[in-house]
Ligand binder design. Structure first.
Ligand code: EPU
Length: 431
C-alpha cells in the first residue's frame, strides 16, 4: 500500500509543467482502432488510466511499442473483434470507447460495462442511442454492451437531449466509418472532444464543427495512421492553479492552452487571485486574502465538474461563506467527510447537489483518503495548505489521472513524498 505524506504550510513557487490531457488521451488511444493502421501518439500522460487503455488495446490484438516516455506507437492492423477481459475493461471509464471503435470497424462490438470513479449513477444510455441511430442493434447482456449492425453503419442525425462527453466522442468514433453523413446535434463541446476529432481528421476523416453545437461527419472515408500529440490537461493545470492560490504561492504553469483554462481563471480572479496569461503558460499569484465565491459546475465552457473538489479546498480557506452547486454528477461530495477530518466546516444538502462552506478554515493535519481521482487531488491541495503532516491514503486513485504529482509538486517547493508501507489489514496468517 502506498501513501502520500505532506508537510504543508509553505508557499509553492517556480515553474511546473503540465502533461497531456487524460480524458483526451484515453479517447484517442481507443480511436486508433478505426485507423486500422500504425499511429504514433505523443504527449501521453504517464498515468495508470493510459496504461490500462494500452493493456486493453493489446488484449484485442494491437501491437504497442513505447518509443519514448510519453510517446507510443500503436499498430491496430491486427485488432480482432474479440471481447477484452472484463477485469481490464472495468478498471476505467474510457473502455466504453472500444465499443464505438469496434462497432465502426467490424460492425459488431462486445465490450464489458466500464468502471471509473464513483459519483453515483453513471448511465450510458446516450452512447447506446447513438449506436442505434447509426443502424446498430444494441443490448446489454450479462454485463456487456453488445452491438451489431448486420448491414453496416449508416450516417444519420443524432440529437442528444443532454450533453455527454463520452457519448459525443463515442458517436464520432463510430460515425467516421459509417457511410454517408452524420450530424450530431447538442454534442459536448469540451476541448477533448475537439482533440479526438482533430486526431481522426489527421487519420483522413472529415469531421467539422467539433467544439460547437453541431458536429457534421462525412463518414466512410478511407482512414490511415498518423502521428498526433495530445493537448495539455486543463484539469491538471487547474489543480496547480489552485495549489498556488491555496499555499499563498506563485506558480508559472507551463505547457497549457490558456483559453481552455478560462472558466477556472475567471473564478480564481473573482476570489482575488492574479492569473496572467502567456502563449502557452499561466502565471498564478495568490492574493493577500481569498474572497469567498460561489461555483456552479456546468458542461464546457462552464466551470468543470472535474475541478469541483479542488475548488472546494479554496472555498474552505476563503474569507467567508460560499456555495457550490454540482449539476453534472449526483454524488460528487464524498470527499467532504475527508475535509471535515481536517476541520473544514461544510454541509452537503440532502439532494447531493449543493454544498455550503463556512469558510475561514484553518486546516488541521489528519489521515485522509482519496475517495476518487479529483477528490484525491483535493486532499493533496488541502494538505499543502496545512501546517503539520497530513497522510493521504488510497493514492492509486490519484495516480489514475495525475502524472508524477509528487515529483512535480516537490520541484516547486512542496515537502511531499510517497511511502510504501505494509498493509496493516493483512495479518499474514494465510499469505
Ligand atoms: N449521462 C447520461 N447518459 C449517458 C451519458 C451521460 O445521462 O449515456 C449523464 C451523466 O450521468 C452525467 C452527464 O450526462 O450527469 C455527463 O456525463 P458525461 O457522459 O459527459 O461523462 P463521462 O463521459 O462519463 C467524462 C470524463 C469525466 C468528467 C465528465 C464530465 C472521461 C473518461 N471522463 O465522463 O472525467 O467528469 O466527462 O465532464 O472523459 C475525471 O477526469 O475525473 C472524470 C470523472
Amino acid at each position: 500500500m502506498e501513501k502520500i505524506l505532506v508537510e504543508g504550510g509553505r508557499p509553492l513557487s517556480g515553474k511546473i509543467d503540465v502533461s497531456g490531457m487524460k480524458n483526451a488521451a484515453v479517447a484517442v488511444l481507443f480511436a486508433t482502432v478505426v485507423s486500422s493502421d500504425v499511429c504514433v501518439i505523443d504527449n501521453l500522460p504517464d498515468i495508470s488510466d493510459v496504461g490500462d487503455c494500452l493493456a486493453i488495446l493489446k488484449s484485442v490484438g494491437a501491437e504497442i511499442e513505447i518509443l519514448a516516455p510519453n510517446k507510443v506507437q500503436i499498430d491496430t492492423t491486427g485488432v480482432i473483434d474479440t471481447e477484452a477481459p472484463l477485469s481490464l475493461v472495468r478498471k476505467i471509464r474510457a473502455s466504453y470507447y472500444l465499443a464505438g471503435a469496434m462497432l465502426g470497424r467490424f460492425h459488431r462490438a462486445c465490450v464489458g460495462l466500464p468502471g471509473g470513479c464513483n459519483f453515483g449513477v453513471r448511465p450510458i444510455d446516450l452512447h447506446l442511442k447513438a449506436f442505434e441511430k447509426l443502424g446498430a442493434k444494441v443490448d446489454v447482456v450479462g454485463g456487456s454492451i453488445v452491438a451489431e449492425a448486420e448491414d453496416g453503419l449508416h450516417g444519420n442525425s443524432i440529437y442528444f437531449d443532454s450533453c455527454s462527453v463520452g457519448a459525443t466522442i463515442n458517436a464520432i468514433i463510430a460515425a467516421v466509418l459509417a457511410d454517408g453523413v452524420t450530424v450530431i446535434d447538442n454534442p459536448a463541446r469540451e476541448p477533448h472532444v475537439v482533440d479526438v476529432a482533430n486526431f481522426l481528421n489527421a487519420c483522413g476523416a472529415d469531421i467539422r464543427g467539433a467544439g460547437t453545437s453541431i458536429i457534421k461527419i462525412n463518414g466512410g472515408l478511407p482512414l490511415h495512421g498518423c502521428e498526433y500529440a495530445i493537448i495539455p490537461d486543463m484539469i491538471e493545470a487547474g489543480t496547480f492553479m489552485v495549489a498556488a492560490a491555496a499555499t499563498k504561492g506563485k506558480l508559472y504553469i507551463n505547457g497549457v492552452i490558456p483559453k481552455h483554462l478560462e472558466p477556472i481563471s475567471a473564478k480564481l480572479r473573482e476570489m482575488g487571485v492574479t492569473v496572467e496569461e502567456y502563449d502557452q503558460a499561466v502565471l498564478v499569484t495568490a492574493g493577500e486574502t481569498l474572497t469567498a465565491a460561489n461555483v456552479k459546475t456546468l458542461a464546457y465552457p462552464g466551470f468543470p465538474t472535474d475541478m469541483q473538489p479542488q475548488m472546494a479546498v479554496l472555498m474552505c480557506l476563503a474569507d467567508g461563506p460560499s456555495h457550490l452547486n454540482e449539476t453534472i454528477w449526483n454524488n460528487r461530495f464524498r470527499y467532504v467527510e475527508e475535509l471535515q477530518r481536517m476541520s473544514a466546516r461544510i454541509r452537503v444538502a440532502t439532494d447531493g447537489h449543493s454544498a455550503y462552506f463556512e469558510g475561514n478554515t484553518v486546516f488541521t493535519p489528519s489521515v485522509v483518503k482519496a475517495v476518487d481521482l479529483r477528490a484525491g487531488a483535493a486532499m493533496v491541495l488541502a494538505a499543502l495548505a496545512t501546517e503539520g503532516c497530513t497522510t493521504i491514503e488510497e493514492i492509486a486513485l490519484i495516480e489514475r489521472g495525475y502524472d508524477d504529482i509528487v515529483g512535480k509538486l516537490r520541484r516547486v517547493g512542496a515537502n511531499i513524498r510517497k511511502i510504501r508501507i505494509p498493509d496493516e489489514t493483512n495479518t499474514g496468517i494465510f499469505s
